[in-house]
Every structure is written in structure tokens, then in C-alpha cells.
Design a protein around this ligand. Sequence first.
Ligand SMILES: Nc1ncnc2c1ncn2[C@@H]1O[C@H](COP(=O)(O)OP(=O)(O)OP(=O)(O)O)[C@@H](O)[C@H]1O
Ligand SMILES: [Mg+2]
Length: 260
Amino acid sequence: MTPPVLDITDLSATYMEDGRQLLALQHVNIRVQPGEFVCLIGPSGSGKSTLLDIISGLFAETHGTLAIDGKVLTPSQRPGATSYMRQRDLLMPWRNALENAALALEVHGYSPAEARDRAAARFEEFGLAGFEQSYPAQLSGGMRQRVAFLRTVLADRDLLMLDEPFGALDALNRAALQQWLVRMWEHQKQGVVMVTHDVDEAVFLADRVIVLSARPGTVVHEEIINLSRPRTRAMVTAPTFLAHRAVLLDALGLLEEVGV
Ligand SMILES: Nc1ncnc2c1ncn2[C@@H]1O[C@H](COP(=O)(O)OP(=O)(O)OP(=O)(O)O)[C@@H](O)[C@H]1O
Ligand SMILES: [Mg+2]
């Protein structure tokens, strides 16, 4: 049997701040199967970004084990094992859009020329055609986000991690990229862990939605989404969709606040 693409057992994480320990995550258990699309939601400060930073090796847990593709990895073994788009993904200002997009491929051993060719072939699909030579300062916020997204997708690991990838996009751009992400995922079938604060986006995209509590973050609810694939926009008004949405808003404790 193929092992889970991600297997986290009893993970805790602590930051040091002004000489004090701040517990960000505690007793987190998460398993993601190959090709499964998981969305992660939770209040601000619940440790969602911290969790993805730990999985990618940018930050070390204080307790627990973490396996990728069935192999337990120490923090220093994790960089490069996953494709990761951070919440505030900074492009390198001295590299143009094409060179930024090609970065992950260069890191994974392609020559700069080959990496640029492969990246260039996807610019049209990401709505970036014609902006290959533009520098980050010359791009709109949404375009910068799409370049960072393209760079992450090109890394092509078994686990794709996205931290609010569409946060800075307007509704039209956002809907287009959601559709695009679903199509790409249906085709490539990577495991995905995507952080979003948008419950509708989570239900629309995911096979399963994991809810983290307020800090220290721990898993308080898991919702398996019973919507067929391919997903279509028409589904967002279906009773099943609305039922999932209500359960998740309840788990987040938001029902009263938003007046549902
Ligand atoms: N480098 C750091 N040093 C100290 N504390 C940190 C650091 N990074 C995050 N924290 C703290 O850890 C907790 C979790 O932060 P994290 O960024 O993981 O939350 P989040 O769930 O991603 O929030 P958001 O939805 O706002 O992005 C917060 O209380 C935050 O202040
Ligand atoms: Mg975050």
C-alpha cells in the first residue's frame, strides 16, 4: 500500500518571544493520503503557517514526528521534499518574472536555460503572457502572487502546500485560479494542503477540511466533503455544500458573528 504523503503525529511547537515560551501548536495529528486535497482553516494565530513552515523544514517542532511519503524526516531533511508557497511569498526583486518562476526548477537541478523554457511554457496558462521580462516591482499584487504560485507548482513534489495563495486576488482572479487549481490537481493528483480563511473556498476545493483551534492550535474538527468531482460553480448552492459550510462555521465558532 502507498504510504500517506504526510503523516504528523503528536506535534507541538513553541516560539521564544522576549525570553518567554509561546506554545503555537500542540498535539497535532494530521494524515494526508496521496492525491488528497486537504484545506486547513482556523482563527488567525492558530498556527497554520507555523505548521506549513515545520513541514517544509523552515522551523522545527518541539515534539512529535513527521513523515513525508512514508519516511520520517528531521527538520534538516525536509527542505525540497515538498512544494511550498508561503503566505507572504516574496519574489526576488532582482530577478524578472520568468527568472523568479524558474527558481524552483533550478533548485531541483535544471540548468537555468531549461528551467526558463519550462517556466515560460506555463506563463499563458497563468495569465502572465507578455510579462516574462517584467520585474516584481513592475507587476500588480495579483500578478506577483501568480508568479509565486507558478514557481511553487513547477517544483512538482508529491505534496503541494499553499498558504492563502489567493488572498491578495480580486474575486474574478480568485475564482479563475481556484478553477485552474482544481483542474490541475484533477490531472496531476498531488496531495495538497492549502490554508484558507474562506470556508466556501475550502468546501469548494477540498476532499477534507481540517479545523484548528485558537492558539495553541490543535485539530478540533475534520469534515469530509461529500461533493462529486469535477466540482462546478453550481454546487455552491447545493444543500450538501451549505450543510458542510454550516458545520465548519460552527466549528470555527462564527455562526452568531456572521448571522447565519
Ligand atoms: N517567528 C515567530 N516568533 C514568535 N512568535 C511567532 C512567530 N511566528 C508566529 N508566531 C506566533 O505563533 C502563533 C501562530 O502564528 P501563525 O503565523 O502560524 O498563525 P496563522 O494561523 O498562520 O495566522 P494567520 O491566519 O493570521 O496567518 C501566533 O501567536 C504568532 O504570533
Ligand atoms: Mg498564516
